[in-house]
Ligand binder design. Structure first.
Ligand code: HXC
Length: 259
């Protein structure tokens, strides 16, 4: 499939696909078409055995400056209900393979929410992260009040959501919102290196582990622990588990096939 507002490099590295948001003139503002393209690309990649890890990036100036304000400006509430454009975001959240965000520049509004849908986040030192919707008379609508609060806690989330203040990459790192901060020339390289590292592991175990960690946001501790235990047992149905443990005993590097 060809896309207008994203580019997909299916084999950026072996088993690693790079998706780049590509509306540079609008600071990668997330219009409906871009989000539909992104969710459809992710659905395809999730089903492709040659893909184990996905890296999602924008450009140095902007990961994404939010949902497309011009596209929404004249909408009525009923237009918004009928379009239900944020429903596509659920498809992104449901991607089973790990997604690493490589962000730089503006990471705002829906851009911050998109980043928070990813599993690991590498930020450039130049990243400016915020939920500025309050300044245009609305509020976050795709996880900014929920995921942000769970990540950084009430104090900082409330400040960001109620004032629209942007935080720096360093502040985001200290608050636990991103995993790593690196100079701007390295943020994408770092994310790709990380992707390569995870792509060497068992894709079965990686998927089951991702599912279990995300479950921590959704259930009681008892239910979460139960899913974790079942996923752990399920690993033993894979050839990768046999290979991983055998390789350990034989003191060699395992070769995981995803079977
Ligand atoms: C549409 C946008 C845009 C956006 C930038 N542009 N952000 N277009 N929607 N969210 C466009 C500008 O109109 C302009 O196009 C071009 O990109 C460059 O932007 P400038 O403003 O000229 O750049 P600069 O002066 O450097 O300021 C950068 C900025 C500012 C601080 C990021 O653009 C800004 O405040 N953007 C909006 C940020 C925001 O409020 N995001 C939340 C959106 S609501 P032209 O054609 O004029 O040159 C949201 C809701 C999410 O995300 C709900 C769930 C998904």
């Amino acid at each position: 499939m060809t896309y207008e507002f994203i580019t997909v490099n299916p084999q950026a590295q072996k088993f690693v696909t790079l998706i780049q948001l590509n509306r540079p003139g609008e600071l990668n503002a997330l219009n409906r078409q871009l989000m539909t393209e992104l969710s459809s690309a992710l659905r395809e990649l999730d089903a492709d055995e040659q893909v184990r890890v996905i890296v999602l990036t924008g450009n140095e100036k902007a990961f994404a400056a939010g949902a497309d304000i011009k596209e929404m400006a004249d909408a009525t509430a009923i237009d918004m209900v009928n379009r239900d454009q944020f429903a596509t975001w659920d498809l992104i959240r449901k991607t089973k393979k790990p997604i690493i965000a490589a962000v730089s520049g503006f990471v705002l509004g829906g851009g911050c929410e998109l980043m928070m849908n990813c599993d690991l986040i590498v930020a450039s030192e130049t990243a400016r992260i915020g939920q500025p919707e309050i300044k245009i008379g609305v509020m976050p609508g795709a996880g900014g009040t929920q995921r942000l609060t769970r990540s950084v806690g009430k104090a900082l989330a409330m400040e960001m959501v109620l004032t629209g203040r942007f935080i720096t990459a360093e502040e985001a790192l200290r608050a636990g919102l991103v995993n790593r901060v690196v100079p701007v020339e390295f943020y994408l390289k770092e994310a790709l290196m990380w992707a390569q590292e995870i792509a060497q592991l068992s894709p079965v175990a990686v998927k089951l582990a991702k599912e279990a960690v995300l479950q921590a946001f959704n259930t009681s501790l008892d239910e979460g622990l139960l899913l974790e235990r079942k996923n752990f047992y399920l690993c033993f149905a894979s050839e990768d588990q046999k290979e991983g443990m055998k390789a350990f005993v034989e003191k060699r590097k395992p070769e995981f096939t995803g079977k």
